[in-house]
Ligand binder design. Structure first.
Ligand code: ATP
Ligand code: MG
Ligand code: MG
Length: 387
């Protein structure tokens, strides 16, 4: 079969390669870390992402190229597009690499984002704070993830420090109005080169310390909001001419209004629930979309709660698994909790369980999402985290 080259060899690439090999594709990842999560299940070129020779080699070896993170060097993206087939295109990357460009693209699709202002100096920040009010969130336009590169400004006194801290990164900054959301939701849309679009069911996401803690599906919001969120995601994917997956993070206010927070042109942590809970996983869907296969059926088979395993949870997880409290590749219901929950554990094969590092996740297949949330409570592994 054809070979798919993946820029990046983390867990997203790994799960993409596992899903895609079932469709008959071979995978080769480019990642600087030897035996990266994806490199353990596929071939790997060990080199820096900005190494042009390595990128050229990846292009020669691959029939199709995709990426698993959006901060791909623009020159490398252009080189790959020239030398191989990059169905997602360099333009989608260019847009989603920068929060300002991304917001403009969302607005161009006729979808709301939180009121924002571009910030190029401390004086501009002061003006932006006046305009948008407090609290508001200062973010670097590029490079941020897991809440890195942002600062919630709660009083005017913080302006000087916030500006000094974030401008160190040397990128443009953007100030966003703070949305006091009721819930955070996300929808993952898939679009193929000829324009077929399908969306996965809406996930309700709970973050702890800016890192995704759980995704709950079905989201505990009205059906009408779920449909609206799916429509918005499809509209953005269509308007941007995206190919592959486009994850759309949103805020839902208590008035029932949806605001887009940010986009990701790739599989997304909040879509990991699809692996067992949907007829087609986000990873398979991404491969289908970039390879111009008919898209799979994204519909939900069962309620599910996805919980992330971070470095600090690993000891307890390994202990629970080795004492056979639950099964790693999951079968049967969990007799230890008394709830009808089937835990499906996915570990990414990373060495070095540093705090906050994403090491794996568990999909809790359940009768009702409340069973999954109760299961999380009962294990006490995430005991300081509230869902
Ligand atoms: P990710 O790891 O999802 O890429 P990130 O570092 O790009 O995260 P954002 O998604 O922009 O950061 O923000 C992280 C979290 O901070 C959001 O999920 C939300 O909980 C909160 N947040 C961000 N912007 C706002 C806002 N304008 N109003 C209210 N909360 C916000
Ligand atoms: Mg982000
Ligand atoms: Mg985010």
């Amino acid at each position: 079969g054809a070979t798919i080259g993946v820029l990046g060899g983390g867990q997203l690439g790994r799960m993409m390669a596992l899903a895609g090999s079932n469709l008959g594709y071979r995978f080769i990842a480019l990642d600087p870390t030897p035996a990266a999560p994806c490199g353990q299940v596929a071939e790997q070129i060990v080199a820096s992402y900005s190494d042009k020779k390595a990128a050229k080699l990846l292009a020669e070896r691959s029939d199709v190229i995709t990426y698993e993170f959006e901060n791909v060097d623009a020159e490398v993206a252009a080189l790959l597009e020239e030398q191989s087939y990059v169905p997602q295109g360099a333009h989608l990357l260019y847009t989603t690499q920068n929060r300002l460009r991304e917001k403009k693209a969302v607005e161009a699709a006729g979808v709301r984002v939180a009121p924002y202002a571009e910030v190029r100096s401390e004086a501009e920040l002061r003006m932006a704070v006046k305009k948008l009010g407090l609290p508001s969130v200062l973010k670097t336009a590029t490079g941020g993830y897991d809440g890195k590169g942002q600062w919630v400004i709660r009083s005017e006194e913080e302006i000087v420090t916030a500006y000094a801290e974030l401008s160190k990164a040397g990128t443009e900054l953007v100030l966003e109005q703070f949305i006091s959301f009721e819930k955070e939701l996300s929808v993952i849309a898939a679009r193929s080169p000829w324009g077929e679009i399908k969306t996965f069911p809406v996930a309700e996401n709970i973050h702890v310390d800016n890192i995704l803690h759980v995704s709950i599906v079905p989201a505990r919001v009205a059906e009408s909001i779920q449909r609206e969120a799916e429509r918005l995601a499809a509209r953005i994917a269509e308007s941007m001419g995206a190919v592959g997956l486009l994850a759309v993070e949103m805020f839902l206010t208590k008035d029932g209004e949806l605001y887009v927070n940010e986009l990701a042109p790739r599989p997304h942590n909040s879509g990991h629930y699809t692996m067992e809970a949907c007829n087609t996983s986000q990873f398979e869907q991404h491969v289908r979309a970039i390879c111009n296969l008919p898209l799979g059926d994204p519909s939900l088979r069962t309620p599910v709660v996805m919980v992330n395993i971070l470095g600090e949870h690993m000891d307890s997880i390994v202990q629970a698994m080795t004492t056979d409290q639950w099964h790693s590749e999951g079968s049967g219901s969990s007799s230890t909790t008394g709830f009808a929950v089937i835990p499906k554990v996915h570990l990414y094969g990373k060495s070095g369980a540093a705090p906050k590092r994403k090491m794996g996740h568990i999909n809790l297949l359940c009768e009702e999402v409340s069973n999954g949330l109760d299961w999380i409570e009962k294990t006490k592994i995430w005991r300081n985290q509230h869902s």
